[in-house]
Write a new protein. Structure first.
Length: 107
């Protein structure tokens, strides 16, 4: 809890938004995994360990790609895969490569 409190104090409103949105995305991804598990009741657990759900988290100019999967010890593994800063000026156009890399990762 101390780490979260420090994060909120350091970054203010953006931190509150990010933590709240992260909770929503985590809930959504967990629900998607549970639905997938219910839809495939006949599959083996080893096969289900290969399934992972992907979510997109956008705050202002930052796009973050996150994933959630279940590990062997039956714990959820939440991971930030990629992030990109969206360019808004002509001088920032080299940052488009980060955005394209993020989109290509979904393939």
């Amino acid at each position: 809890m101390i780490g979260i409190y420090y994060y909120i104090q350091e970054f203010g409103d953006i931190a509150n938004i990010r933590i709240g949105d992260s909770q929503k995305i985590l809930y959504m991804l967990t629900s998607m995994l549970k639905i997938d598990m219910k839809n495939n009741l006949g599959s083996r657990f080893k096969t289900f360990l290969k399934v992972w759900m992907v979510g997109v988290h956008v705050i202002k100019r930052t796009i973050t790609l996150v994933s959630l999967r279940i590990m062997d010890d039956l714990k959820y593994y939440y991971e930030e895969l990629r992030w990109a800063e969206v360019p808004i000026t002509f001088e920032e156009r080299p940052q488009l490569m980060q955005v394209f890399e993020l989109l290509a990762f979904l393939q």
